[in-house]
Design a protein around this ligand. Sequence first.
Ligand code: GLY
Length: 364
Amino acid sequence: MKTVRVALKQCPYSIVIGHRILGDFGKKLRRLNPGRDALLVTSAKIWRLHGAALEKGLKQNGFSVKVFAVADGERSKSARSAVALLERIARYDVMRRPFIVAFGGGVIGDLAGFVAAVYKRGIPYVQIPTTFLAQIDAAIGGKTAIDLTAGKNLAGAFYQPKMVFSDVSVLKTLPLRQMRNGLAEAVKYGIILDPRLFRFLELHVRDVLAGEESALTRVVVRSSRLKAGVVEADEKEITGHRAILNFGHTLGHAIEAAGKFKLYQHGEAVALGMRMAADISVRKSMLGAGDARRINLLLDAAGLPRLCRKISAGQILTLMKHDKKFISGRNRFVLARAIGRVSLVEGIGETVIRQAVAGRLCAR
Ligand code: GLY
C-alpha cells in the first residue's frame, strides 16, 4: 500500500493506493473515527462486483453498513436525484452517527460528496473511486457538484474527503474504453507537470491499458501526487494555480457538450482538446513541433480519438464561449511550453482557435 498525503492546512488527508485492498478499508477508516454508520453511495453493478469485501471489512471494524444504490450515468447528478438521495438518507438516519462512502466513478463521487457537504450542513465522507479517471483525478481535490438545467456542475461546494482509497485491482473489470478515458487525464498530468510521467506513459501505455498491476499503480500514485500538489497550492481555486488542470479542457468541455455528453466520454473529449491546445501552442510559437508530435503520438497510442465526428467548428466555438471559466468574455487557455510545463494565456484570437479546431474535424 502506498500513501500520498494531501497536506491542506485545515483538513489534510491521505490517498491510499494499493492492490486488492478493499478488505482493509474498514481497518484504515477506524483510525479516522468518521462516525459509526457507513452510508454507502454506489451503483448496483459496483456493489455486485466489489461490495462483499468492503462490507465484511467495515462490519468487522464495528461499522454499520447501509447501501444507497443510484443509477449509473450523469442523470444521477441532477438536483432531483440529489434531493431524493438526501430524503432517503434522512429517513434512515435516526439517532445515528453517519458518514458517507462514495463507492464508484466520478458521478457517484460528485453526487455523494455534494450530499455529504449539505446534509446536516456537512457530515464526513470518504472516496473509494472505482474508475481509472476517478482514481487519477476526480476523487481528489474536494470539488463536489451536481448539474443544473443550465449547465453541468453549477451547484457545488469545496468539501474535502477524510480519505481517498484507491484499489487498482477494481480497474480490471473496466472496459477498455474507460481505461482510455482515464489515461487521457494521466497524459494531461505528464504534459502540465511531469516529463518523467509522460516518458513512462510513452514506454508503458500498453501495459497500463492491459491493466498490468505495477504500471497502473505507478500511474495512479504519480498522478495522485501531482493532483495533490496542485490542490495544496490552490485548494479553492483562488490563486489560479488550479487552472493548469484545465489543459485541453477549454475546448474539451465544448466538444463534450457538442456531443451532448453521449458522443464522447470526458477523457476522449479532453484528448481532442489537448491535441487542439498543443496545436495552438505551436501556432503561438510557445511549443516546438517535436513536442506537439510526441503529445499526438502518445494520445494515438492510448487509442484516444484523433478527429471530432459529427460536430462542427461553429458548435465548438459557440459552446466554448459559454464555458463558466470565461472571464468577462475573454477566453483563457492553458498552453504548453514544453512537455511538463504550461502557462495560462488569455485572449487567444479566434482565427488561431478556428485553425486548431478545423485541423481535428472529420471531413463530412
Ligand atoms: N473533485 C475533483 C477536484 O476537486 O478537482
